[in-house]
Design a protein around this ligand. Structure first.
Ligand SMILES: Nc1nc2c(c(=O)[nH]1)N[C@H]1C(S)=C(S)[C@@H](COP(=O)(O)OP(=O)(O)OC[C@H]3O[C@@H](n4cnc5c(N)ncnc54)[C@H](O)[C@@H]3O)O[C@H]1N2
Ligand code: MOO
Length: 406
């Protein structure tokens, strides 16, 4: 039997990062930056007001209070976007709005709430300190600063930042397009009634969602029956839109194993027994003229999801130019756990904060590779190494979190 590490290494050796493309920001969203982004201007680009109020010279208001307010003439109104060059002389002030450029000579902004709101003269009942309510040019990032580095996932704030430094297009590794196909003549599309012996196709939904959560574009092709010819035809039609293909089912020892029967003769996809639980039967290889990676995962719902986490996720990260090492946490086992000798087990568990701030891993009650409800109640996988058959409560275990940390 092949080890988990050997199987993963052979996958990673075959998978390359996608070529970077220059994309418009809205298309780049979700991709991974393939260049460093430097701001050509300071951020903010000019000194401006943080409040709606009055731009003043702080010295003019020294000692101002509610009982001894100071009245200043208002020489002008400055709105956000106002492009003129403005200045205030000693003993004067300007009405100013949030985001408007600070006039020369002003060194503080008094919020309108401290005043009577006057437009010709204004009475101010509190003394500001120098610099109050002023946003200085470059205080967020001086001109020439690298504000984002290659390898950063472009989520909403990063997209906003690139727009904020004036760029419309950016070089990214695009989101890999992942086609997901389920096989099995027992499968029915959810929403349609099942007949005797039939079940609804959950795997294509799980795996497409997992691909999207991994930063990819997911194309759920849905189900193919148990005919290898039909499977190959449909695969062929899907390859035009695929950077990777994931299939589930049809890879074990049964009489009808369409994925294995269709792909094994190609000579570019190999089927292995991997020493893990769940997820033992695995296929991986390259298909089509563009050598698209294909992951032929086992059909049991928990097995296919665990296989995704252990093998597909690192490959999809490699395709995006991201580090592939999983985030492994250390937790204390809250209950006993068992694992077959010679296999690496991935037990479904709930990770929580323990009494002393560390993590506690509580295995969920049902550990069968068909038990989807139990999987959905878990937020982590406890990894039990090949040479360990029993884990006692209170001992330390490695854990792969499946969702944001508790
Ligand atoms: N004689 C042996 N039998 C089996 C072995 C073995 O080594 N020798 N391995 C077992 C293990 S481990 C696994 S895992 C499964 C893998 O089987 P397949 O990949 O061939 O998958 P299927 O037989 O098509 O389905 C297995 C199971 O999963 C259900 N399934 C499949 N697709 C879906 C889907 N899209 N949505 C929901 N459920 C799905 C299917 O109905 C079966 O119950 O083989 C064991 N057998
Ligand atoms: O290895 Mo199978 O994936 O246990 O059910």
């Amino acid at each position: 039997m092949r080890s988990v590490d050997e199987h993963l290494a052979s996958i990673l050796a075959a998978v390359r990062p996608l070529a970077p493309l220059e994309l418009d920001l809205m298309e780049a969203h979700g991709g991974v930056l393939a260049e460093d982004v430097t701001t050509p201007v300071p951020l903010p680009p000019f000194d401006n007001s943080a409040m709606d109020g009055y731009a003043v010279r702080a010295a003019d208001l020294a000692g101002a209070s509610e009982s001894a307010p100071v009245t200043l003439p208002v020489v002008e109104d400055i709105a956000a976007g106002d492009g003129g060059i403005r200045a205030i002389a000693p003993g004067h002030c300007a009405r100013i709005m949030t985001g408007a450029p600070l006039p020369a000579g002003a060194d503080a902004v008094v919020p309108v709430e401290w005043t009577d709101g006057g437009t010709v003269r204004v009475r101010i009942g509190r003394a500001p300190a120098e610099g109050d309510a002023i946003r200085r040019a470059g205080e967020d990032a001086p001109a020439g600063t690298t504000v984002l580095t290659a390898g950063t996932r472009l989520r909403a704030p990063q997209i906003g930042l690139i727009a904020g430094v004036g760029r419309r297009r950016v070089l990214v590794r695009p989101r890999p397009r992942v086609v997901v196909m389920s096989t099995g003549s027992e499968l029915v599309e959810p929403g349609s009634p099942t007949g005797s012996g039939q079940i609804w196709d959950s795997n294509s939904h799980t795996l497409t969602s997992a691909a999207v959560e991994a930063g990819c574009v997911g194309y759920r092709h849905g189900m193919v029956g148990d005919d290898p010819r039909e499977f190959l035809d449909q695969l062929d039609a899907q390859l035009v839109r695929a950077d990777a293909v994931i299939t589930s089912g049809g890879v074990s020892m049964g009489a009808y194993e369409p994925v294995k029967e269709a792909l094994a003769p190609l000579g570019t996809v190999t089927f292995e027994k991997v020493a893990m639980q769940p997820g033992m039967p695995q296929g991986f290889g390259l298909v089509g003229p563009d050598s698209v990676p294909i992951f032929a995962l086992p059909g049991n719902p928990v097995s296919s999801f665990v296989s995704f986490v252990v093998f597909v996720l690192p490959a999809l990260r490699r395709m995006q130019g991201l580090p592939v090492e999983p985030c492994v946490l250390s937790a204390v086992a809250a209950a006993p756990m068992r694992s077959p000798a010679g296999k690496r087990s991935f037990l479904r568990a709930v990770l929580s904060r323990g009494e002393h701030g560390g993590f506690l891993a509580s295995p969920v009650r049902a550990q069968g590779s068909h038990q989807l409800a139990a999987l959905a109640s878990a937020n982590a996988l406890v990894v039990v190494p090949e040479d360990v058959t029993s884990v006692e409560p209170g001992t330390s275990v490695d854990v792969l979190p499946l969702s944001p940390l508790p």
